[in-house]
Design a protein around this ligand. Structure first.
Ligand code: PRT
Ligand code: ZN
Length: 286
């Protein structure tokens, strides 16, 4: 049987979560050995290649791998012939422009005639063009945040997560160009069988990720409050209502997104819900 070949980052910020996602999808991996560059799943038609994340879009567009996991930032920068198939929800960051924290900033026009250092020249060029800014792009491959301090550039365009790298280099974030997270990419043309494998893997990924962003909620409530509480609870259809041993009380079960839970928890308590339990969901298929 033809195997689907997936390219993953060998070691770095994407590696662990990528492997963990495959595991959560029920895909076993033979080797935990990081030196191995290629491995095959014993229980799923998947072959895994490990490489630098920067090389993944090219390998996928050239058909050396069929699919891959990269940051959206890398996918957009490389401009290779591949498609973004699914957002995966991890390695969240943003690509931003930052300048010396002591400089007053009044908008993109600041960069006219200025120099910006970056490892993301393509994305930056498009962004500057979109805003009609005539700035010089200075491409460097590492330690971009040092450039303003040593007089190499007036600003930088780089990945920001917590912001502590910018802070410790005396820089402030002034423009966010892109919000990024890990994505699954696919080559331009897969065989019918590989498309089928991809569809199946995608089904599993979506079930896992949907489960991760939702919780199973159980609570006790007086029977005369059930109608009102039900209006707050979304559920996959409607909440399950089960009688408690104590007369006049019921247990309500529902599935809620994390966001909805934190938004609605006070309302649920106000309406008389008690003993609220929140349980993780491993997989969710709607
Ligand atoms: O060796 P290889 O080429 O495979 O790895 P790499 O060093 O190029 O990439 P890696 O592992 O650092 O990042 C892989 C992907 O993770 C990136 O393409 C992003 O999509 C995503 N990601 C998420 C990040 C960050 N968070 C991040 N904080 N990538 C880089 N950083 C760096 C950033 O460049 C800056 O130096 O962390 C610093 C900023 O972090 P804060 O927390 O101080 O703001
Ligand atoms: Zn890289």
């Amino acid at each position: 049987m033809e195997k689907l070949r997936i390219a993953l980052q060998k070691s770095g910020r994407l590696s662990e979560d990528s492997l963990e996602l495959l595991k959560a999808c029920g895909v076993k991996l033979n080797s935990g050995n990081k030196q191995v560059l290629r491995t095959v799943s014993p229980n799923y038609p998947l072959e895994i290649f490990f490489m630098r994340d920067d090389d993944i879009p090219e390998y996928v567009s050239d058909g050396i791998a069929d699919i891959g996991i990269v940051g959206e930032n890398v996918y957009l920068e490389k401009k290779k012939d591949c498609r973004a198939v699914e957002s995966l929800g991890f390695s969240k960051c943003r690509l931003s422009i930052a300048i010396d924290k002591n400089i007053e900033y009044e908008g993109m026009a600041f960069f006219n005639g200025k120099r910006i250092a970056t490892s993301y020249p393509n994305i930056l060029r498009d962004h500057l063009k979109e805003h009609n800014i005539d700035a010089e792009i200075h491409e460097i491959s590492g330690s971009v945040e040092l450039a303003p301090g040593i007089g190499l550039a007036d600003g930088i365009c780089d990945i920001v997560s917590s912001g502590s790298t910018l802070f410790s280099n005396g820089l402030k974030e002034v423009e966010t160009i892109l919000r990024s997270e890990a994505i699954l990419i696919s080559g331009p043309s897969l065989s019918a069988q590989k498309e089928k494998h991809l569809e199946d893997l995608l089904f599993r990924i979506q079930a896992v990720n949907k489960g991760r962003s939702h919780k199973y909620i159980l609570m006790n409530a007086p029977n005369d409050k059930i109608d009102e509480i039900t209006k707050v609870l979304p559920g996959m259809r409607s909440p399950t209502v089960l009688p408690l041993a104590e007369e006049g009380w019921s247990s309500l079960h529902a599935v809620m997104s994390d966001d909805a839970f934190w938004n609605d928890i006070d309302k649920l308590k106000e309406l008389g819900a008690e003993g609220i339990l929140v349980v993780p969901i491993q997989k969710m298929v709607s």
